[in-house]
Design a protein around this ligand. Structure first.
Ligand code: ZN
Length: 386
């Protein structure tokens, strides 16, 4: 999820939060529009013009997606109020992800952040229901639109309240267990088990629907069930990895005395003498004992082959700056976050203004792998270390 490789379109910023949509949303948008305009509204309110169905269908679809957006924004706003720092929301498939930069700081803040979403959807359901009643007792297409929106927001609230991680209800369950046990990985494991179980339940329900003749509705449920199972598993792994990395210092896993590259060497020479010879994905660039920047394969790739003979390492390296530096006492988790944010797979470890080591994403990944192979969760790995 934090790979920076997600395919999404940036839409707009609200209150300091960047809203983006996953490409899958475009497909879902058309599907919802089509099923409302050609299916739901003609069936429920027969005898109108086709164009009218598509107009109300379009309005209802926009409000539907607006409702999902408000649900996600409420999570982000609450998180920001509690100092969690969410600056980006990605809307995709049936919901969205408010990107927390890590796990919530406490069970109480998780309860507030997770709870506010369904509460927002319930409020919207009530508002749309009141509007549909205010429009009047005469059943028109427009009362139909607001009734549909009231229903869909109620459904959104109830679905998200299912107690399976990473749904809101699963996060609430996790927070309660976290409070009771005082152990976040254990609470996450249990809530993720519920998420996986609910995923199976949805798959079963979907299969029954298909046997009952409702092919599209059934496929939807199976799809959501599969998605939930995947999200539960990766959400759990994410927590375990975070826990494992939180207790590892950068100085424990950094490469001391890394091979450095001179800024005056040509790019072609760097490829031949360094990248191909040592097999590393990047090197710190240093001269006279001072580190100047980092050169990694992605910069080399952007340099055209015909330019590689006369361009120098200095010309294409990433110059050293706060984003590329980290202190030896920082945690490996901080290093991981910083590498993701800077979109650079490596950081220079600086102590007292001097380079004391080099840390790479592959290096951190290797530590995670070794910890996993040694077995058990983060806490037992930590015990073994102590
Ligand atoms: Zn939610």
């Amino acid at each position: 999820m934090a790979s920076g490789e997600t395919k999404s379109i940036e839409l707009f910023r609200v209150a300091g939060v960047q809203v983006e949509i996953d490409y899958s949303w475009l497909v879902i948008f058309l599907l919802v529009l089509w099923s409302l305009s050609a299916g739901y509204f003609p069936q429920e309110y027969p005898g109108r013009r086709t164009l009218d169905y598509w107009i109300v269908g379009l309005v209802a679809t926009f409000f539907f997606f607006g409702s999902v957006l408000l649900h996600e924004l409420s999570h982000a706003a609450m998180a920001n109020r509690l100092g969690e720092n969410v600056d980006r929301i990605t809307l995709f498939i049936f919901g969205g992800i408010a990107r927390l930069s890590g796990e919530p700081k406490s069970a109480n803040s998780e309860i507030k952040i997770a709870g506010v979403g369904p509460l927002t959807s319930l409020t919207l359901a009530l508002v749309f229901w009141l509007i549909s009643n205010a429009i009047g007792p005469v059943v028109s297409l427009w009362t139909g639109v607001f009734r549909y929106l009231a229903f869909i927001n109620l459904a959104l609230a109830l679905f998200n309240l299912l107690p399976g991680f990473p749904l809101d209800g699963g996060r609430l369950l996790r927070a309660v267990l976290w409070k009771r046990w005082g152990n976040l990985p254990r609470a996450t494991a249990r809530a993720a088990q519920w998420g996986s179980g609910i995923g199976w339940g949805l798959i079963g329900l979907g299969s029954l629907e298909i046997f009952g003749g409702a092919l599209v509705g059934g496929l939807w449920l199976i799809f959501i069930g599969l998605f939930l199972r995947g999200a539960a598993a990766s959400g759990y792994q994410g927590t375990v990895i975070e826990q494992a990395l939180e207790h590892v210092r950068v100085s424990d896993i950094m490469t001391r005395e890394p091979v450095t590259l001179s800024p005056e060497v040509s790019v072609g020479e760097a490829i031949e003498q360094y990248f191909l010879r040592f097999g590393y994905g990047g090197f710190p660039v240093a001269a006279d004992g001072r580190v100047l920047g980092v050169l990694s394969l992605s910069q080399v790739r952007h340099c055209q082959p015909q330019e590689r003979a006369h361009k120098k390492v200095r010309d294409i390296m990433l110059p050293l700056g706060p984003g590329l530096e980290i202190a030896p006492e920082a945690s490996a988790l901080d290093a991981m976050h910083q590498m993701n944010e800077a979109d650079s797979g490596r950081l220079v470890v600086i102590d007292g203004g001097k380079m004391v080591g080099f840390i790479t994403r592959t290096g951190v990944a290797r530590i995670i792998q070794i910890k996993a192979q040694l077995g058990g969760d983060a806490s037992s790995a930590e015990d073994a270390k102590a």
